[in-house]
Design a protein around this ligand. Sequence first.
Ligand code: GDP
Ligand code: IMO
Ligand code: MG
Length: 419
Amino acid sequence: MKIDVLLGLQWGDEGKGKGVDLLTPQYDVVTRFQGGPNAGHSLEFNGKKHVLHLVPSGIFHDSINLVGNGVVLDPVKFDIELQGLQAMGIDPFKKILLSRKAHLILPSHRVLDAAIEHAKGKEKIGSTLRGIGPTYRDKVGRDGLRIGDIETIDFKEKYNKLKAKHQLLLKQYNFEYDLAKDEEEWFEAIEVLKKFEFVNSEYRIEQYFREGKKILAEGAQGSLLDIDFGSYPFVTSSSTTIGGACTGMGIAPQKIGKIIGIAKAYCTRVGSGPFPTELHNAEGQQLRDKGAEYGSTTGRPRRCGWLDLVALKYVVMLNGVTEIILTKSDVLDEFETIKVCTAYEINGEETLEIPFDINAPINPVYTELKGWNTQIKDIRKPEELPAAFIEYVKFIEHHIEVPVSIVSVGPDREATIHM
Ligand code: GDP
Ligand code: IMO
Ligand code: MG
């Protein structure tokens, strides 16, 4: 049975948490393959909302949940999530496996993230300040500390060595910090981590694969935040596109089956960087209000704008997306007309390509579609959807040449239409 991958196609927050939770009953194993506690994956059932940051979104079902080698894990943030799960009667120690090769976020990584962002001033990335960039930097720089190191006798020495490097770096920044309390918490959380089974996850995944277990890989962030293909430098520090699934789990590309892309019916972005269809007007505010567009991790208001098909087509190409889950369509219920960007105009020329220059003055070229002007949140069957909504979906499918397989019309598991 091939491994299916679900990943975000925009700037994150497309509804991956809901998507994975919804699909998990069809799978035996759910694995996260990149990112860290910068992610905030929400899902809702029985009238209650849950936000996960490091725990795979299959946790509320019977699946095995694996934190893959491509993830960067902050033991303290992880422990907070575990406590929430335990309060619900879930035993995380039985249901979660940790890859030995996943890198650890140290308290000093978080401080570095803050110091680097502070130093950038107006040019800041708008990072989630969870230490993501500095941790991946140490990974690539071959200085990182991994979960498997916890089992070695000189773990504390390795920790101190990396911390000392960070302290040296921090001298360059005029930045106040005090690590003492955070370090105490961190080492307490390391003791909690020791209660989990650490696995050589590439072998474990291979074993599951050979046993015929069904595996779903869960991406974090979105393709437009990819370290290579996003609007660099306003990106995250991992490969959020399909290659990240292979390297973040140790699986060969031919083992991948479905590549399920998830996209909102409009666009949002948190943090800095280009956003061609961003709305700075009442319509933008309407999207923010109706869509409750405030970050699941940082609470920051999300920037909102119309659907960008130039960008969507780009990431469909990059990922080889085989089907789309379209979320938050209900947020567009009250718009008389809905705009969709189908081309960019740059210096008077129309193009279907995203330019290299992130400062290029992009004028989105819009097609206006009729709104459906009716509530769709309670609809569960495709034949009950309003004609104008079907037209909207068809328009998207036609442009990106990929079918929309699921339409989400609300945060709850149940608010879902299989097309
Ligand atoms: P993720 O990071 O991709 O998992 O997405 P987030 O959880 O950060 O943000 C998506 C938000 O939209 C969450 O608050 C979800 O509960 C909510 N949501 C998901 N799907 C829908 C939908 O179809 N309609 C509405 N109104 N909200 C949704
Ligand atoms: P999920 O998985 C939305 C954004 C940050 C910032 C940039 C770099 O919930 O979709 P980082 O902390 O990674 O160094 O920040 O990336 N960002 C996200 N935006 N959803 C996310 O995750 C994000 N994770 C990072 O806002 O612009
Ligand atoms: Mg999110």
